[in-house]
Ligand binder design. Structure first.
Ligand code: SF4
Length: 412
């Protein structure tokens, strides 16, 4: 690789690290044309750096030039940073070379906005198209859908990419207006709605016709920047819930605001709110897999998630009337709400109890977090006996269990 290209790669991969919406699960593109790569079953991209960023994709911006001036963004036009732009062919060649050398398992391509949305989107699409058609590349491609791009370009992007994402970034329109005045929610929701319809339509078609083409088979995702604006976790979770329910998004990613700009419209943070980011991911997980509603995870008086304990424990301590749960009799949904019991363990419990009464030793063998779960269970033969349910005492005990994890997070 020549010096010039190396320099571009350094600048544009560094600028891309602020976008966290890059997990690549959910695609089933196979190598059916004796081409290069295979996005199925090849261990793609579940690898993250210590601060939670995904690393096994070639994750770059096409350019960090941008006509916009979003206050929270390192690439905004008013920043005095070194600028660079790849050509379409350079990105294609880099992807193929890195893929062949086994450095990467796919491509995550985002971009600042050159000239206008269509001009930029056209280049992103062209890269994906060249990879798929000229190189028969079947590896993973995640493309950023540029807000404001035409439906025709979004359509083409969907035909070549495994996943598309349109970033909402700021969780309310009011804050967006303040810190990114050139943007608006409509420009993000329009492409999201368009992609939702296409993704659903093609999914249906695929059911009828096995040979129907894929359209963004890994669905679409978005990213929210946390802590650059004053929205509460309650607001953010309810927004995420609506993005999952109404827009059919596959994932909402949360990116703790990294204080890169000195701008008086932004809060004076010393470091990114990583523990808050982690709590939001936990709460998001509870909504997607544990049947929790967004409003259950916070309340009007405490609209932010507790940073000291995880949201499931926090909910349990605020709802003592729900406990104790009888592991040997209660429903799957109730067992799933017990802190320390995950989806797989809850399923195992339901299966195992058909064969006899479940005791502490069985739960431990199933891998449940007994230190957490023991406060919330009854009718179980155990050496631990809870005399009274004192939320404050249990909370203190459980904080010490989670303390270590928080310490690790605060190091980054
Ligand atoms: S449009 Fe995107 S790249 Fe440009 S300044 Fe805003 S956030 Fe940064």
């Amino acid at each position: 690789m020549n010096e010039r290209l190396r320099d571009k790669l350094r600048i544009l991969s560094d600028a891309a690290k602020y976008d966290v919406s890059c997990a690549s699960s959910g695609s089933n593109r196979t190598n059916h044309n004796k081409g290069l790569g295979n996005a199925t079953g090849m261990g793609i991209c579940h690898s993250y750096t210590e601060d939670g960023r995904c690393v096994s994709l070639l994750k770059i911006l096409l350019t960090n030039y941008c006509i916009y001036d979003c206050a929270y963004c390192v690439s905004r036009k008013s920043n005095d940073v070194k600028r660079a732009a790849f050509t379409v062919q350079e990105v294609v060649d880099l992807t193929i070379n890195f893929y062949r050398r086994n450095y990467i398992e796919g491509l995550f391509l985002s971009s600042g906005i050159f000239k206008n949305a269509d001009f930029t989107m056209e280049r992103l699409v062209c890269i994906a198209k060249k990879l798929r058609t000229e190189h028969k590349y079947n590896g993973y491609i995640h493309l950023k859908a540029i807000p404001g791009a035409s439906d025709e370009l979004l359509y083409e992007a969907g035909l070549y990419a495994d996943r598309l994402s349109v970033n909402l970034e700021i969780p309310s329109e009011k804050s967006l207006k303040k810190i990114a005045p050139e943007k608006n929610f409509k420009e993000v929701y329009d492409p999201m709605n368009y992609l939702k319809e296409k993704i659903q339509g093609y999914k249906e078609e695929k059911k009828q016709l096995r040979k129907a083409p894929l359209f963004s088979p890994g669905g679409q995702s978005t990213q929210l920047v946390i802590g650059a604006s004053p929205e509460t976790d309650r607001h953010i979770l309810s927004l995420s819930d609506s993005l999952y329910q109404e827009q059919g998004l596959k994932r909402v990613y949360y990116s703790g605001y990294i204080p890169v700009n000195n701008d008086n419209r932004l809060p004076a943070l010393v470091k990114p709110p990583l523990i808050r980011e982690n709590r939001l991911y936990q709460a998001d997980w509870l909504m997607r897999f544990y049947g929790f509603e967004a409003e259950e995870l916070t309340d009007e008086t405490r609209p932010n998630l507790d940073l000291q304990i995880d949201p499931k424990v926090s909910w349990a301590l605020r709802n003592p009337g729900f406990f104790p749960v009888d592991i040997n009799k209660d429903s799957y949904e109730m067992i799933l709400r017990v802190p320390g019991i995950g989806v797989k363990s809850a399923q195992m419990i339901i299966q195992s109890r058909k064969h006899g009464k479940i005791r502490e030793e069985h739960l431990r063998r199933m891998g449940i977090a007994w230190k957490r779960a023991k406060y919330f269970l009854c009718n179980i033969q155990s050496s631990f006996v809870l005399k009274d349910f004192h939320p404050q005492i249990i909370r203190q005990n459980l904080i010490s269990v989670t303390h270590q994890i928080n310490n690790q997070l605060s190091l980054f």
